[in-house]
Design a protein around this ligand. Structure first.
Ligand code: 5GP
Length: 194
């Protein structure tokens, strides 16, 4: 998605150790117009799969996931990292290792929100080692629902997540793929910026 690549090139910052900081439009300050077009881009790519729900993990996946759900006309389910007091009743739960926080997090979804018959589209902001996406796949499996695909805003193609998920036969659509952050320079994988 050309507009996204240009935004990353203009406003993305390389933090230490292969981490891209996009706090000016995605992770801290959010650009709603860009999110709308990201939502449209995911909707175009996944509409034929007839998803019934979008699933993301709090908190940074919420902005693109909400706009994708809006465009598809279906609900967004936000997997929680801590069980809020208001979440009573049975839950699906699993653990994921966070790449940016370097710690294990529980992820929790109420059993009342996902179940058999659901066709679930996973959306997340970044794909690094694939642990967040695999955690969401695990939740969908626990629910007996079908997973129709994984939409990623920014895939870091130099990490293993994309390979891991695609080797399991999952359809992964990334709107921007980054080949390298070496030396503080952002290099894109498959589109030439001009
Ligand atoms: P994974 O589970 O694929 O290793 O990492 C994905 C999660 O870690 C994403 O949900 C995202 O929140 C976070 N993440 C991974 N790499 C980056 C990065 O380079 N920049 C930012 N801002 N978040 C990242």
């Amino acid at each position: 998605m050309r507009e996204l690549l240009e935004k990353i090139a203009a406003e993305g910052e390389v933090a230490a150790d292969g981490v891209l900081k996009v706090d000016r439009f995605l992770n801290h300050q959010v650009d709603p117009q860009l999110m709308k077009r990201i939502g449209e881009a995911f909707a175009v790519r996944f509409r034929d799969e007839r998803p019934t729900k979008v699933l993301t993990l709090e908190s940074s996946g919420i902005s693109p996931a909400l706009m994708a759900a809006y465009e598809l006309g279906i609900p967004l389910v936000v997997a929680r990292k801590r069980r809020p007091l208001t979440m009573t009743g049975d839950v699906y739960r699993t653990e994921v290792y966070s790449f940016t926080k370097q710690e294990a997090n529980e992820i929790i979804v109420s059993r009342s929100l996902l179940g058999r018959g659901d066709r679930v589209l996973i959306i997340d902001d970044f794909l690094a080692n694939g642990q967040a996406a695999l955690g969401m796949v695990e939740i969908i499996e626990q629910a007996g629902a079908d997973m129709v695909g994984i939409g990623i805003v920014i895939e870091k193609a130099f990490q293993d997540g994309g390979r891991l998920l695609r080797s399991r036969g999952f359809r992964v659509v990334s709107l921007a793929r980054i080949a390298s952050l070496d030396g503080g320079a952002i290099q894109f994988a498959d589109e030439v910026m001009s």
